[in-house]
Design a protein around this ligand. Structure first.
Ligand SMILES: N[C@@H](CCC(=O)N[C@@H](CS)C(=O)NCC(=O)O)C(=O)O
Length: 249
């Protein structure tokens, strides 16, 4: 049997999209190195990400942004993949986190990409003009955008995931078995709870199947031990999900 491990490249101090990859690697039960969280003298730090993105290796499509992952088999790097949904699909297919039939695999990817859309909109609710500007420089636009997010878009997304769980009988997105998209949805619901606690307290009772999902994911043995480990990165005010009480109306 070949020896498989992964090298994850993601910003060291925020959970962000990197946490979706960590949850998937943890549930897959594989070894991974969190490259940027290694000390600089061991090739870590954010510089390692930037350097890797700038490399023009023949035959390798360069990543545009983290997270990206290198698959290492028997000590040899086999491939480098970016875009969270593609990364998760790759890991999931190799380690049994998604059924192998084409229709179900496509459904999982559909759900994952819808989670990605929600992540983008959650981010844009506090940074609607530019990621590179401070929140304080776009606060009035953020107030307008967040009002639409909590009033219209978030209820629509949550209602959609509630219907999706019910469509295949639950309790997970694809039915009785968890898949990688459940892990991402778990992370996003946690992020929304962190960023918009008042709104989530109001909305969650309207989506009971979805509201029950986080406890089920957190109880998966590998996820429970990952969450208790120091590999897990908690939500903070620098990530995609930020708590600004004035936006949580
Ligand atoms: N669609 C990409 C988005 C990647 C992304 O926006 N990454 C963020 C961190 S979570 C980043 O560092 N972006 C840098 C940039 O867009 O220039 C994915 O889902 O992986």
């Amino acid at each position: 049997m070949s020896d498989i491990s992964y090298r994850l490249y993601y910003w060291p101090s925020i959970p962000g999209r990197g946490e979706l990859v960590r949850l998937t690697l943890a549930e897959a039960g594989v070894d991974w190195i969190d490259v940027a969280r290694l000390p600089k003298e061991q090739g870590g730090g954010s510089g390692a990400i930037v350097e890797r993105m700038k490399r023009d290796d023949a035959g390798v499509v360069p990543p545009f942004a983290p997270p990206f992952v290198a698959l290492v088999e028997d000590g040899v790097e086999q491939l480098l993949v970016a875009q969270t949904a593609v990364v998760l699909d790759l890991i999931a297919r190799r380690h049994g986190l998604v059924p192998s039939d084409e229709a179900t695999r496509a459904s999982a990817l559909q759900l994952q990409l819808t989670v990605a859309d929600l992540i983008d909109e959650a981010h844009d609710s506090h940074h609607p003009i530019a990621s590179g500007l401070y929140y304080e420089d776009q606060q009035s636009e953020a107030a307008r955008r967040a009002a639409d997010f909590v009033g219209t878009r978030l209820p629509k997304f949550l209602g959609y995931f509630e219907r999706a769980i019910r469509a295949r009988g639950g309790p997970f997105l694809l039915g009785a078995e968890r898949c990688y998209a459940d892990l991402s949805l778990f992370q996003v619901l946690g992020g929304l709870q962190y960023a918009y606690p008042r709104t989530m307290t109001r909305l969650l009772p309207t989506v009971p199947h979805l509201a029950a999902l986080p406890a089920r994911v957190a109880a998966l043995p590998r996820i429970a031990s990952y969450l208790a480990s120091d590999r897990h990165v908690a939500f903070n005010q620098h990530g995609i999900f930020r708590h600004y009480p004035e936006l949580d109306t």
